[in-house]
Write a protein that binds this ligand. Structure first.
Ligand SMILES: Cc1cc2nc3c(=O)[nH]c(=O)nc-3n(C[C@H](O)[C@H](O)[C@H](O)COP(=O)(O)O)c2cc1C
Length: 268
């Protein structure tokens, strides 16, 4: 099993030490090869805001030759990914946020279905819940499956015994949950939210051939625009979820057509 740690800390501090403790627990349960992708050492230009990745494709990004593409390949090759970041101003670090912005197009062209993700953040005192929630929302849209979280508190120094125990327990229990997701064979039948993800997005991308050809092409190349295709992957679907999804698709298609014909005034 290959696990990639996407490391958003600029130093070998609390976040790294927590990841190493997590690794020790995990490796006791299942054989795993750990690789760290240190964002601090990677060449990652800030997003220029041109939105070319969304409309024309990531390969047309003015910064396409930096290290972002290579890290995405490592994420695709891994059996699971750990998103690790210190909490900065109640969110992920700038290093992590910059990387997330650079691959925002994956929210339109998801590619990590069935891949487990673990979220590990460390904070002095506050902001772990908000930061974990943010990471879960973003990576869910990329297709990742949340397989556990750990929000650890350092209190900017030696922590009281009770706090240390809580931190350790999160890492131990988290490693156990993540190992179960890594060892599972085959994707699970999706829940209603995931099914609605597919049927809510499909009408948008069906209609966007001219406005956003890269999104249209990606969905078409994956076969997702075909009416016979019922979901991102070939997995058993709950018939009730499917019926709700199709209804949502019909309503969304009507709305998208209306919006595209009569776009509202405002910033484009
Ligand atoms: C710029 C910056 C912003 C921070 N913001 C927060 C914060 O909002 N809440 C908090 O509890 N700790 C905050 N901290 C403390 C770090 O989250 C905490 O010390 C973390 O464990 C550091 O991880 P590291 O050792 O991997 O760098 C901040 C630290 C820095 C450097």
């Amino acid at each position: 099993m290959k696990v990639l740690v996407l490391m958003g800390s600029p130093r070998k501090g609390n976040t790294f030490r927590a990841c190493e403790e997590f690794r020790e627990h995990l490796q006791k349960i299942c054989p795993t090869e750990f690789e760290y992708a240190w964002l601090k050492d990677a060449h990652i230009d800030p997003c220029k805001g041109c939105m070319v990745c969304f409309s024309r494709g990531e390969e047309k990004c003015p910064s396409h030759d930096d290290d972002v593409h290579c890290i995405v390949q490592k994420m695709l090759a891994a059996d699971g990914v750990i998103f690790a970041s210190p909490v900065y101003s109640i969110n992920v670090s700038g290093l992590m946020k910059n990387f997330i912005d650079r691959i925002s197009y994956i929210g339109h062209r998801p590619r990590f279905f069935g891949k487990p993700a673990f979220f590990l953040v460390t904070a002095g005192i506050i902001g772990t819940d908000e930061t974990l929630e943010y990471l879960k929302i973003i990576t869910w849209a990329w297709g990742f499956e949340c397989a556990g979280t750990a929000g650890l508190i350092s209190q900017f120094g030696p922590v009281p015994r009770e706090r240390a125990e809580t931190n350790k327990k999160q890492l131990r229990d988290g490693a156990e949950r993540f190992s179960l997701a890594l060892l599972r064979t085959g994707p699970e039948s999706p829940g209603l939210k995931r099914v609605l993800h597919f049927y809510g997005m499909r009408p948008t991308f069906t209609e966007l051939e001219k406005i956003s050809p890269a999104d249209f092409r990606y969905w078409k190349d994956h076969g997702w625009l075909s009416p016979d295709v019922q979901y991102f992957m070939d997995v058993p679907l709950n018939p009730l979820y499917l019926a709700i999804g199709k209804m949502v698709e019909m309503l969304a298609r009507r709305q998208v057509r209306k919006d595209l014909i009569q776009p509202a005034d405002g910033p484009g």
